[in-house]
Design a protein around this ligand. Structure first.
Ligand code: SF4
Length: 362
């Protein structure tokens, strides 16, 4: 195994495209060899994107936590009659967008629960309100589930919804709602969500229309290593066709307040070894992705820093407001000061650089 691992890492560094079986082998590593994988991924990162650690100055706006779905990993959504439901109207959304503008953010990010009364027009209204209050901002919003939901509610095709959203100012789409792109897992954790095929189709449609998206995985619940690898292979294949993914963002499962964990279906999240390997294996396997982001919201800043020496090059956004991971039990998710990002980057001999959503350096 040791020789096989070393040979494989050397081959990958010189351009060998990893197979799914080889990626699976890397996920099995449980000893100090983890550091060799991380080191190889770090070398790949340096070769591909250099030594900057990037971040985007962004602000989150979650319009509502009311949701018709009931995903087992979600600690954020509420049902009618629950305590703590919120719904931000036009004036509140515009107040938050103006505040974002004053904070000099370049991106507003909005994903919400699937409100029972929402349709395609509702999403477009929100986008227009945000642009009115924060002209010039990049709007990173929606995801394939919201697009599918809007299409169903408005009796439109998902392509028509994407067209309307783009006209209303959608700049790029979130690649969330991917979770694990294996239907057997989706049936356990988010049975009402779009299927794997639908997620892939909507992402391809967005890319074909010039709407870039992120790519994500949510891991550390009840998926297997085969499932993770299969998921990565789907992303690599899409990227090969479209080159529409701006980055890959591994999202470590936050278990505390989730029905899936309470019901004993999910374990208590990924371990540190798994967090590191997810970043490193992704860097090595996703050879057509330039950017790998570590989520300080999901992993905390210390683990995120280790991810930066295991293949990642991006720290994500400042956020200013975060409620999805907080709802599931994460702490300190609202804001990360760029000064702290700089401390973390400089501590590993790297330079922090501000970027736009589409990775132009500011
Ligand atoms: S993950 Fe999204 S779609 Fe699923 S219940 Fe939570 S808010 Fe609703």
């Amino acid at each position: 195994m040791e020789n096989h691992l070393r040979t494989l890492l050397e081959d990958v560094k010189t351009g060998h495209r990893m197979s799914e079986k080889e990626a699976w082998d890397l996920f099995q590593v449980r000893n100090r060899r983890v550091w060799e994988i991380a080191a190889a991924a770090d070398e790949m990162r340096e070769k591909l994107v250099g030594n900057a650690v990037t971040y985007v100055r962004n602000q989150n706006i979650n319009v509502t936590n009311l949701c018709v779905n009931a995903c087992g990993f979600c600690g954020f959504s509420k049902k009618p009659g629950d305590d703590g439901i919120y719904f931000h109207d036009k004036s509140e959304i515009q107040r938050k967008a103006s505040l974002a503008k004053m904070r000099e953010v370049s991106e507003i990010c909005t994903v919400s629960g699937l409100h029972p009364d929402f349709n395609a027009e509702s999403y477009c209204d929100v986008y227009r309100w945000i642009h009115e209050a924060a002209p010039g901002i990049h709007l990173h919003a929606s995801n394939p589930m919201e697009v599918a939901y809007a299409a169903q509610k408005s009796h439109m095709s998902t392509q028509e919804v994407l067209t309307k959203m783009k006209e209303a100012g959608l700049g790029s789409m979130c690649g969330t709602a991917a979770e694990i792109l294996v239907d057997a897992v989706r049936k356990k954790i988010c049975t009402q969500k779009v299927s794997t095929d639908e997620w892939v189709r909507i992402i391809r449609e967005a890319h074909a229309m010039g709407i870039p998206t992120t790519a994500t995985i949510m891991y550390g619940h009840c998926e297997s290593d085969e499932d993770r690898v299969h998921h990565l292979a789907i992303l690599r294949e899409i990227q090969e066709e479209t080159n529409g993914f701006t980055e890959f963002v591994p999202l470590s499962f936050i278990h505390m307040n989730t029905p899936l964990y309470r019901a004993g279906i999910a374990r208590a999240g990924a371990t540190g070894r798994e967090d590191l390997l997810m970043v490193a294996v992704a860097r090595l396997f996703l050879d057509n992705f330039k950017n790998i982001q570590v989520s300080w919201v999901k992993e905390g800043i210390k683990m995120a820093q280790l991810g930066l020496i295991a293949g990642a090059n991006d720290l994500g956004g400042t956020m200013f407001e975060e409620s999805i991971s907080k709802g599931a039990g994460a702490i300190n998710t609202d804001y990360l000061d760029p000064a702290e990002m700089q401390r973390v980057a400089e501590d590993i001999g790297r330079t922090l650089k501000r970027r736009t959503t589409l990775y132009q350096l500011a």
